[in-house]
Design a protein around this ligand. Structure first.
Ligand code: 5GP
Ligand code: MG
Length: 199
C-alpha cells in the first residue's frame, strides 16, 4: 500500500543563532517552532488522508516522542488509540549502548493497523527492534513516522513511511529530544555545543 508522503524538507548545515533565553550549551537553532508546526500540520494531513476514519493504533516510542506525538495526534480526526513502547539505547550521552525494551504496549494489536511514531531515525536499530517487537502481536499492518531522519549514520536498511525533516549529522536536542534527560522542553530543535559531546 502506498503512502501520501509529501517531500520532507532537507534542513541545511547552516545553523541560526540560538534563540533568546536558550541554554548556554546550545550552539545554534536547527528547526524553529514555526517550521515544526507547519511541517507537523502537513504530516498530519498526509496521515489523515491515508487512514481516513479507519481503525488506527498510534504507538509512540518513549520518551523522545512525547511532544511530537502530542502535536501530531491533534492533527488526526479518525478514531485513533494511543499507546507507548519504551525503548532505550542511548543511556547518558550520545553514544549508543545496549538496546532494551523498557515498557511494552498495553493495547491488543492483533489484526489492527499500527503507526509507530519516533523522534529520530539514526542508525536504524530502534525502529527495527520496535517493529520486530510489535510484529509479534500480528497486527494487520505496521507503518512508521519519524520527526527527524539522519541518513549519514544508517546501519540497518530501514525507511520510515512518513518523515518530518531530513537533517545533517548533528546531535540534536529539544522538542522532546534529550541529552542526559535534559533539554526535552525546548520548543525548537537545536544543536548542542561540541564541548559537551564525547570526542
Ligand atoms: P537509532 O537506533 O536509529 O540509531 O537511534 C534512534 C534513537 O537514538 C532515537 O530514538 C533517539 O532516542 C536517539 N538519537 C539518535 N540521534 C539522536 C540525536 O541527534 N539526538 C538525540 N537527542 N537522540 C538521538
Ligand atoms: Mg528515542
Amino acid at each position: 500500500m502506498t503512502t501520501t508522503q509529501t517531500e520532507s524538507p532537507r534542513v541545511s548545515l547552516d545553523l541560526s543563532p540560538p534563540p533568546p533565553n536558550a541554554p548556554e550549551s546550545l550552539k545554534g537553532l536547527l528547526i524553529s517552532e514555526s517550521s515544526l508546526s507547519d511541517r507537523i500540520q502537513q504530516l498530519g494531513q498526509d496521515i489523515q488522508q491515508d487512514y481516513q476514519n479507519e481503525d488506527l493504533v498510534v504507538v509512540g516510542v518513549l520518551s523522545g516522542t512525547i511532544i511530537f506525538l502530542a502535536d501530531l495526534v491533534r492533527q488526526l480526526s479518525g478514531p485513533i488509540e494511543v499507546d507507548f513502547i519504551g525503548a532505550s539505547s542511548y543511556r547518558d550521552g550520545t553514544t549508543s549502548g545496549d538496546f532494551e525494551i523498557t515498557r511494552s504496549t498495553k493495547t491488543d494489536l492483533k489484526g489492527r493497523r499500527v503507526l509507530i511514531v519516533d523522534d529520530i531515525l539514526d542508525a536504524g536499530h530502534t525502529l527495527t527492534r520496535v517493529h520486530e517487537q510489535l510484529a509479534q502481536q500480528e497486527p494487520k499492518e505496521i507503518r512508521s513516522c519519524v520527526l527527524l531522519e539522519k541518513t549519514a549514520r544508517r546501519q540497518v536498511q530501514i525507511e520510515a513511511d512518513y518523515v518530518g525533516f531530513k537533517i545533517p549529522d548533528y546531535f540534536v536536542v529539544g522538542y522532546g529530544l534529550d541529552f542526559a534527560e535534559r533539554y526535552r522542553n525546548l520548543p525548537y530543535v537545536g544543536v548542542l555545543d561540541d564541548s559537551l559531546l564525547a570526542p
